[in-house]
Design a binder for this molecule. Structure first.
Ligand code: GDP
Ligand code: IMO
Ligand code: MG
Length: 427
């Protein structure tokens, strides 16, 4: 029963796109199960670089069927432009399947996202402004519009009217903005129907059948564990469940079918947007990680906040996801430091803690307790096996593995597909 979940073990941007693409050649389906075009997954194939936002990274592997699951929120205009962008570069996208139960992001969701952030002022979350939170809010409020609604004009009209009834009051009375006309939204959405119709399928049935027939299914998470709406640093989170359980609800596959859960883990830590980040560096080391690691957002172009590796977070990711493996990425970025600090615990109001505190206030007060590991200066980007790594790089990986609670089964030493050391096979 080879069904694998691949997810971010930190605050996103761990290198999920590269890891998914690497496995893409050996799997039958790659499924996005949550999030939307807030994601920015970079895949480097030879001298070609792709930035994927909504489409599963498996779209770049010719033998693999990419699937957008029911748990994803889909902005149809973004989807169509991402598809045509790939087609222009010669990528075949015809195998794509989209769940009819996935919810749509409409222009009023994007609008609500932007005005809410403006309204929050200095308490803002620093969202990607793509309408993600408001679309999920409508889903939970039962006033969302689903992909299947595009094919029934009368239902679509009723649903858009219901959704705008309340929102237009808020736009006008709270935000002092013009009301959105339902007819205009309906017309725009109907305009996408023909282009999308051929992709829509009963993806839950299909994926369960595929797993039962011994085919390999890979669930690709967006964002990361600490951005999970239940298990992350709430309220500084995204509005979905990137953690492993999200793969089950977001694709309609039972937990008994999942055989492996792989956490993508950067050899240091980054975060985009607001919220606590104990190991954040506001000094020259932070600047160096940012520039050597190319830590700039793929979706919004914002500089990523950078800091040392945090083992408390890695252990937490192992726990809440039931991780079976880690894929450690960007080890090459740490080349050149004489010694590398690693956060092994926190000090909170004078007390040492080893686990992530459940209280938001405590986490905001947490300061890192560091251990210092010896660095290396040799170029590691050509390393093909663990033994090719300098002794101190091997020691760094082994120490992280011990602290994090799951085996490190692959190591990234560069952005390319083949710049990977595979220790244990994933399939
Ligand atoms: P994702 O959102 O998790 O898919 O990650 P992003 O694509 O947003 O950010 C990860 C960045 O690191 C991308 O630019 C990747 O090309 C790059 N990358 C991934 N793995 C490695 C690695 O092992 N070494 C280096 N130097 N870059 C990597
Ligand atoms: P990938 O898949 C890093 C962050 C935003 C913000 C918070 C909420 O590339 O790892 P949202 O627009 O989702 O409501 O914003 O979540 N965020 C990400 N940070 N990587 C991502 O995706 C992210 N997607 C959302 O910066 O702090
Ligand atoms: Mg990203």
């Amino acid at each position: 029963m080879p069904a694998l979940v691949l997810l971010g073990a930190q605050w996103g941007d761990e290198g999920k796109g590269k890891a998914t693409d690497l496995l893409g050649g050996s799997v039958d389906y790659v499924v996005r199960y949550q999030g939307g075009n807030n994601a920015g997954h970079t895949v480097v194939v030879g001298d070609q670089k792709y930035a994927l936002h909504l489409l599963p990274s498996g779209i770049l592997s010719p033998g693999c069927v990419p699937v957008i699951g029911n748990g994803v929120v889909v902005d149809p205009s973004v989807l169509l432009s991402e598809l045509s962008g790939l087609n222009e570069r010669g990528v075949d996208t015809s195998k794509l399947l989209i769940s009819g139960n996935a919810h749509l992001i409409t222009p009023y969701h994007t609008e609500v996202d932007k005005v809410t952030e403006r309204f929050l002022g200095k308490r803002k979350i620093g969202t990607t402004g793509r309408g993600i939170g408001p679309a999920y809010a409508d889903k939970i409020n039962r006033v969302g519009i689903r992909v299947q609604d595009l094919f029934d004009e009368s239902i679509l009209t009723q649903k858009v009217e219901a959704a705008l009834d309340f929102k237009n009051q808020v736009f006008a009375k709270l935000y002092n903005r013009r009301a959105v006309r339902p007819e205009q939204i309906v017309e725009e959405l109907l305009g996408y129907a023909d282009a999308l119709r051929g992709y829509v399928a009963d993806t839950t049935l299909l994926l369960n059948d595929a797993i039962d027939n011994g085919q390999v299914v890979l669930f690709e998470g967006g964002q990361g564990t600490l951005l999970d709406v239940d298990h992350g640093t709430y309220p500084f989170v995204t509005s979905s469940n990137p953690t492993a359980g999200g793969a089950c609800t977001g694709a309609g596959v039972g937990p008994t079918k999942i055989s492996r859960v792989i956490g993508i883990l950067k050899a240091y830590t980054t975060r985009v947007g607001a919220g606590p980040f104990p190991t954040e560096l506001l000094d020259a080391d932070g600047d160096a990680l940012r520039s050597i690691g190319g830590e700039r957002g793929v979706t919004t172009g914002r500089d990523r906040r950078c800091g040392w590796f945090d083992a408390v977070i890695a252990r937490y990711a192992t726990r809440v996801n039931g991780l079976t493996d880690f894929f450690l990425t960007k080890l090459d970025v740490l080349t050149g430091w004489e010694r590398i600090p690693v956060c092994v615990g926190y000090e909170i109001d004078g007390k040492r803690v080893d686990e992530l505190p459940f209280s938001q206030t405590d986490f905001h007060h947490a300061t890192p307790v560091y251990e210092y590991l010896p660095g290396w200066s040799e170029d590691i980007t050509k390393a093909k096996s663990f033994q090719d790594l300098p002794k101190n790089a091997q020691g760094y990986v082994k120490a992280l593995e011990e602290m994090s609670g799951a085996p490190i089964s692959a190591i990234g030493v560069g952005p390319g597909r083949d710049e990977t050391i595979q220790i244990n096979s994933f399939i």
